[in-house]
Design a protein around this ligand. Structure first.
Ligand SMILES: Nc1ncnc2c1ncn2[C@@H]1O[C@H](COP(=O)(O)OP(=O)(O)OP(=O)(O)O)[C@@H](O)[C@H]1O
Ligand SMILES: [Mg+2]
Length: 385
């Protein structure tokens, strides 16, 4: 049997790949992100100047090939990211490092946001968002969260859509959370996740006419008055748009990052851009973009077709200088399992949809690690098998 794949072997292979300016290799130049290894699959990112993302596709492929040649590696996923603008003081994402800041590593400027005073016991909060409704945020959030538990992390999910909560349906959960000591609510549990949603507290038939301030207090209660316990990641399923709920989350909660969901077509991408810019404005790192409802594979004949187009989100991510986290196919299995409260990652783990969500989760973890910069000790997320 081949020896297990290790970070050291991957780095050794990557030392053979020349940096874009040809002055040394990509490892020596510090362009390689944290490396995540999971069941023979290797995920990492290479920092490049966003203006050169297109021309550096060959570099990405060279890195992919170098790692593919490491014994035991079954698959490699490399993303080009614009985490820093070479030669500039900023980080390439439109966020400048503070004047006179000691932070010089890529993404280190964002460490300031990892302040205490978030949700006790919760290490990282990641928002799943989009500007537009119906693009599959909730479906992505729930499957992404379950995929994170597969890597051994302790994960919760907060349904921040107080107007149209989805988590009870998506997770097949009924009933109400129990009140426990200190006026706290115990979260519900499903598929290894701790779950809280306004849908558990208010009848599904009750129209939700919330005003801005009520939305904010509902959200802050669901964050602070729920006994989440110790969590590595709390995934927040955001409502569509860039309104009160998003702003509350982005301002009041120390978000570790945001994952933006889009469908491949132009209109959805414009909305995704709006969502992305909102997070940038409040200095929340965008971990990357997911293209949902990407290629449709006919369940009968296996023929792929691109109902909503294909590749639009990947191109947009490159243009905006953020990572592309992956494509989720449009499948009947995803729709049916979602509607039946049996998320595809948990109930059909060998399906293409489940594999896509796992890859997205692994890439997002790479981005999360990277965004924390040098000053903070990272939790161990590398799962070596
Ligand atoms: N990849 C996919 N393949 C098939 N169906 C999907 C996929 N992603 C989402 N869906 C379906 O699309 C519908 C909308 O998805 P979802 O509720 O996750 O979107 P949303 O962005 O959260 O919507 P809202 O803006 O209302 O919160 C659901 O019926 C869901 O099952
Ligand atoms: Mg939703």
């Amino acid at each position: 049997m081949a020896d297990p794949v290790t970070k050291e072997r991957v780095l050794e292979a990557l030392k053979r790949v020349k940096a874009p300016d040809l002055a040394g290799d990509i490892v020596a130049q510090g362009l390689v992100s944290e490396i995540v290894i999971h069941k023979g699959k290797v995920y990492f990112a290479i920092s490049v100047d966003p203006a050169r993302a297109d021309e550096l596709e060959a570099l990405r492929q060279a890195a992919e090939q170098a790692v593919t040649s490491v014994p035991g590696v079954e698959a490699v996923a490399v993303t080009l990211t614009a985490d820093r603008a070479p030669g500039g003081g900023g980080n390439g994402r439109g966020q400048e490092a503070p004047q006179g800041s000691p932070f010089t590593r890529p993404g280190a400027a964002r460490d300031a946001r990892h302040r205490p005073g978030g949700v006790p016991g919760v290490e990282h909060i990641i928002a799943v968002a989009s500007g537009k409704g119906g693009v599959g945020k909730s479906t992505t959030a729930v499957n992404f969260a379950i995929a994170l538990t597969d890597t051994g992390l302790r994960v919760g999910i907060l349904d921040a859509d107080v107007y149209g909560p989805s988590m009870p349906r998506l997770l097949g959960l009924k009933g109400q959370p129990q009140q426990i000591s200190g006026n706290k609510l115990a979260p519900m549990e499903a598929y290894g996740l701790k779950v809280m949603s306004m849908g558990f507290l208010v009848d599904e038939e009750t129209p939700m006419i919330w005003r801005g301030p009520m939305v904010m207090s509902a959200l802050s209660q669901m964050l602070k008055d729920v006994a989440w316990g110790a969590l590595d990641v709390l995934v927040v399923d955001m409502p569509p748009g860039t309104g009160d709920a998003q702003l509350t989350m982005a301002q009041q909660v120390p978000l570790a990052g945001a994952v933006i969901v889009s469908t491949p077509q132009d209109l959805s991408l414009i909305d995704a851009r709006k969502g992305l810019n909102m997070f940038r404005k409040v200095n929340v790192p965008v971990l990357g973009i997911v293209e949902n409802m990407s290629t449709f594979v006919c369940p009968h004949c296996g023929e792929p077709s691109n109902i909503f187009g294909h590749g639009g989100a990947r191109a947009e991510a490159a243009r905006l200088g953020v990572s592309f986290l992956g494509e989720v196919p449009l499948t009947l299995a995803i729709r049916e399992t979602s509607d039946a409260g049996r998320p595809v990652v948990a109930t059909d783990p060998s399906s293409p949809g489940a594999a896509a969500f796992r890859e997205i989760a692994a890439r997002a973890l790479v981005e999360l690690e990277r965004s924390k910069g040098a000053t903070r000790q990272a939790p161990r997320i590398v799962v070596e098998s």
